[in-house]
Design a protein around this ligand. Structure first.
Ligand code: ATP
Ligand code: MG
Length: 408
């Protein structure tokens, strides 16, 4: 077995964390760090979410924390989780447990005081590492340290059985593979995911969407998405996503890198790239996945046919900067030469109003709105000129209209 210690890092000294761990008996191994914090901490990555596992029953944890005046919320007490709030940030504390029975979606649990049993109910070996929060000593029951070093995402136990217990693990598998895995991946795991892809239909669309969005937010989800599309993982629940979709995503990823934007890549836009380039399909999928209104609108706007012949700034002015950048990144509109400059460009305000037109001698009435539109189009076509030129355009257009009237 590989020996290792959790490297020291600022997150381990987050205000209140050491005191909390002492309170719960870290010295006697009654509480340990677990999951993502240990895995990411071992890799020297930044740790945001801290999970603790403890031998204490949830109510005992609540009582101990309350007595020490640490804020604690019973966030998931039915399955053993309470959340301590340290310095306005959550720390999840879960009582050691094992799954008694499962139906693919949820588990009936029992508490245990056996660390190995708690490890065995977790999904992947690299997610079942524990660390003493004070000394950093690692406890590894299923070879997670070796797998982490070897970039192997491996189910604990038989992949088929672990997927039957909880179908979401199929998607979690691909997400962790994209983050920590080497290619080609473990055949047994991939085969089990493929042959059980149909079981994803039993999951709620929200949970599927949540996992997919997390996968799409990773720096390079492409190799894993190819694997998923080729393996037919999407066919039962998202038949719209095929290999051609992943190729469109590849093109988007390439443009994202070239664009060098300040905004982080959007998983929602990446999802739009995976779908057939058609607004109606985009809206249907967004509705099926129960995405937020904001996400649904973003997909619809990104997949809408772009106005013809617009220069990048025109597109940004007409559609809003986000949609314009989205359409360029999707390849629907030509990319601006300097995407970062377009991103930081402050949309100009049209400097002419109805009053200006009336002041130029055009009588109030429906003509005003029409004339404003004509002036605005010319102002846009001339490249959003300053107020002086905009006024000159208005003057010319009003004079022209008045002349036309006289002649008719
Ligand atoms: P992330 O950085 O994505 O949050 P994480 O490892 O912390 O990674 P979580 O989803 O926050 O992942 O879950 C915390 C831990 O709980 C996991 O490391 C794993 O041990 C366990 N776990 C979570 N979901 C499952 C599941 N569906 N089946 C088995 N174990 C799970
Ligand atoms: Mg986590």
């Amino acid at each position: 077995m590989t020996m290792a210690n959790l490297p020291d890092a600022p997150w381990r000294h987050r205000p209140g964390l050491e005191a909390l761990c002492r309170l719960l008996g870290a010295e006697e191994s009654a509480v340990r760090l677990v999951g993502g914090a240990v895995r990411d901490g071992l890799l020297g990555l930044d740790v945001n979410d801290i999970d603790l596992a403890t031998r204490w029953a949830p109510q005992e944890v609540m009582d101990k924390l309350s007595a020490a005046r640490i804020k604690v919320v019973p966030t998931g007490i039915a399955h053993g989780t309470v959340t301590a709030v340290l310095d306005h940030r959550p720390v999840e504390i879960t009582t050691l447990r094992c799954d008694v029975s499962t139906d693919g979606r949820r588990a009936t649990i029992a508490y245990t005081d056996d660390w190995r049993e708690d490890a065995a109910r977790r999904d992947f070996t690299i997610n079942a590492l524990y660390a003493n929060p004070l000394s950093g000593e690692i406890h590894d029951y299923f070879g997670g340290l070796d797998d982490l070093a070897g970039k192997r995402v491996r189910f604990i136990g038989d992949p088929e059985q672990r997927i039957a217990e909880d179908h979401l693990r199929i998607l979690r598998y691909f997400r962790f593979l994209a983050r920590f895995g080497a290619f080609p991946p473990d055949t047994a795991a991939y085969e089990a995911c493929k042959s059980n892809a149909n079981s994803l239909m039993a999951l709620s669309r929200e949970r599927i969407a949540d996992e997919l969005v997390k996968l799409l937010a990773l720096p390079d989800p492409s190799p894993v998405l190819h694997l998923m599309a080729e393996g037919g993982i999407f066919a039962p629940v998202l038949p719209e996503i095929d290999t051609a979709g992943v190729q469109r995503l590849d093109a988007l990823l390439q443009r994202e890198r070239a664009a060098r934007l300040v905004r982080p890549p959007s998983p929602i836009l990446r999802l739009a790239a995976l779908l057939p380039p058609d607004q109606t399909t985009g809206e249907q999928v967004a509705a099926r996945l129960k995405l937020s209104n904001k996400a649904r609108k973003r997909i619809a706007a990104a997949l809408a046919p772009p106005p013809l012949h617009d220069h990048p700034r025109e597109l940004a002015y007409r559609l809003g900067t986000e949609t314009a950048l989205d359409q360029m990144l999707l390849g629907a509109a030509p990319m601006a030469e300097d995407m970062a400059a377009l991103e930081s460009w402050e949309l100009p305000e049209f400097p002419i109003g109805g009053r200006d037109i009336i002041a130029l001698g055009l009588p109030a009435g429906p003509n005003i709105a029409h004339l404003l539109k004509v002036v605005r189009e010319q102002w846009i076509a001339e490249g959003f000129t300053g107020p002086e030129r905009a006024h000159a355009i208005a003057e010319i257009q009003v004079a022209k209209l008045l002349r036309e009237r006289q002649n008719s």
